[in-house]
Design a protein around this ligand. Structure first.
Ligand SMILES: Cc1cc2nc3c(=O)[nH]c(=O)nc-3n(C[C@H](O)[C@H](O)[C@H](O)COP(=O)(O)OP(=O)(O)OC[C@H]3O[C@@H](n4cnc5c(N)ncnc54)[C@H](O)[C@@H]3O)c2cc1C
Length: 472
């Protein structure tokens, strides 16, 4: 028994939804495309799960956040897929893949064949057991990767009003969940091994600001140690966490956000894997020319970083890489290599930040940390390669994105520190002032114009998307 499709998207998350819309816009015949997903719902905007979905009042619920509303585009309900003749094979796990035969086999034993496959399997949440701690199956221990997890988290929060929660992990899932728990009137202790929160991105100075803000909301931080075991786990409900340094923290619930692992398992030994993801070229094409990979599971060359391969775990990258793969499949002659400006953001409480580029090199902080209006540039070999801004407006976010895209030269650290966003906000003005701030001037006028236009449109999209995200 089996079915055959021209195009198969394996995975039904963010990237799948954006790829489906791109297929439909570029034109495919009914019955040519199917999406196979382990989840029982049509693709949705996953970031909503740690934001609007967890609100105590007027929480976001499906169908409100099906893709592609996160980029202010069409909302693709199950009806839309039916109307387009796109088959949604939901609640179906693919158990094996054979890229030579071009087949996938599902848990029910069905064989689905394709001419072109897009792998969009994303990632899964790392479990405590992978670090030698038992207890993930306790009633009040929650993870957050999919809708089922989020529903469980909401139900658990509802039984813990005015009680205590421990959040294990200081990354963005930990930070966003801690904020949501506080908003739901739950007292939070965060535990993580690093010296400060968001250690992969934040500098100690940036982290200090957010930690102080969280503390002002009642969050307690225990840093530099890890979970060792749970108390009373065997009774079904954890009543306390025990840390490696011996500290015991009584709790009514636990949220675990200790990282993710890309879902590459089906393709290991069949496709080239690099940096934990499926290695693709600038067309998102893997080492097998009929197989593409997009989103969290793909490791792709980032032009901006000299084509260094990166695997990114952010929604903007999932959306754009998915669209790019479809363009490369349906319009190969008109599609050049993916040119992506890494971008991510977060919104917690009334705070919001955006980051563009790469956090390597020397850091220059600027702004007023006490007032919550600050940022940082990462400068490598005299050029801005990364930019962070808390509490910016549209023009400011555009400006920092632009600076990274153009790799603006930043030679005078004192001036950069003093001017902050202003340093990058007006290339022309800085050039006119000729005050010792050397800006990156492309060799030809047209390159400059095109570069600015591309950067502005990327930044405008990013900001627009960021604003949309406030709801989710
Ligand atoms: C709670 C949460 C909040 C987030 N917030 C932000 C944010 O604020 N900003 C940001 O930039 N990013 C955020 N992200 C990250 C962002 O959501 C991901 O980068 C994005 O979802 C990746 O899209 P994807 O399509 O590659 O993978 P996913 O959206 O994870 O989709 C993968 C899909 O594949 C399915 N699948 C996997 N294996 C199989 C199989 N064998 N058979 C069938 N189906 C399979 C999965 O069930 C899933 O449906 C957040 C992530 C989470 C979990």
């Amino acid at each position: 028994m089996g079915r055959a499709f021209v195009y198969v998207i394996l995975g039904g998350g963010v990237a799948a939804g954006y790829a489906a819309l791109e297929f439909s816009r570029r034109g495919i015949a009914p019955g040519e495309l199917c999406i196979i997903s382990e989840e029982a719902t049509a693709p949705y905007e996953r970031p909503a799960l740690s934001k609007g979905f967890l609100l105590p009042e007027a929480p976001a619920r499906l169908p409100a956040f099906h893709t592609c509303v996160g980029s202010n585009d069409q909302r693709l309900t199950p009806k839309w897929y039916t109307e387009q003749g796109i088959e949604l094979i939901l609640g179906t796990q693919v158990k094996s893949a054979d890229v030579n035969r071009k087949t996938l086999t599902t848990a029910t034993g069905e064989t689905i064949s394709y001419k072109t496959l897009i792998i969009a399997t994303g990632a899964r949440a790392l479990k405590l057991e992978e670090f030698g701690v038992r207890g993930s199956d306790a009633e009040n221990v929650c993870y957050l990767r999919n809708l089922a997890d989020a529903t469980r988290l909401v139900n658990t929060m509802q039984t813990c009003n005015e009680e205590n929660a421990v959040v294990i992990g200081g990354g963005y899932i930990g930070m966003e969940c801690a904020a949501a728990l506080v908003t739901n009137r739950i007292k939070v202790t965060m535990v993580f091994p690093e010296a400060h929160c968001m250690a992969r991105l934040f500098t100690p100075k940036i982290a200090d600001f957010y930690e102080a803000y969280y503390e002002s909301k009642g969050v307690n931080f225990i840093k530099g140690t890890v979970l060792s075991s749970f108390e009373n786990y065997s009774d079904g409900k954890v009543t306390a966490v025990v840390l490696r340094d011996g500290t015991r923290v009584p709790t009514n619930m636990v949220v675990v956000g200790i990282g993710i692992r890309p879902n590459t398992g089906l393709f290991e030994g069949q496709l080239v894997i690099e940096k934990g993801g499926i290695k693709v070229n600038g067309r998102m094409q893997s080492s097998n020319s009929s197989v593409y990979a997009v989103g969290d599971v793909a490791t792709f060359p980032v032009k901006l970083f000299g084509n260094e391969c990166r695997r990114l775990e952010h929604v903007d990258s999932a959306r754009k890489s998915a669209r790019h793969a479809v363009s490369a499949i349906l319009s190969p002659d008109k599609t050049s290599d993916f040119d992506y400006l890494p971008f991510f953001y977060s919104r917690v409480f009334t705070l919001s930040w955006q980051f563009y580029g790469d956090n390597t090199g020397e850091v220059i902080h600027y702004g007023d940390f006490l007032a919550g209006r600050f940022g940082a540039y990462w400068v490598n070999k005299g050029r801005i390669v990364g930019a962070f801004l808390e509490g910016g407006n549209r023009e400011e976010y555009e400006a920092i994105a632009n600076a990274v895209k153009l790799k603006m030269v930043a030679q005078d650290k004192g001036e950069v520190e003093k001017l902050g966003v202003e340093f990058v906000s007006n290339v022309g003005r800085h050039q006119e002032r000729n005050n010792g701030l050397v800006l990156h001037k492309p060799l030809y006028e047209w390159q400059a114009t095109a570069g600015v236009a591309v950067a502005l449109s990327v930044a405008a999209f990013a900001y627009w998307y960021g604003r949309r995200r406030q709801r989710w």
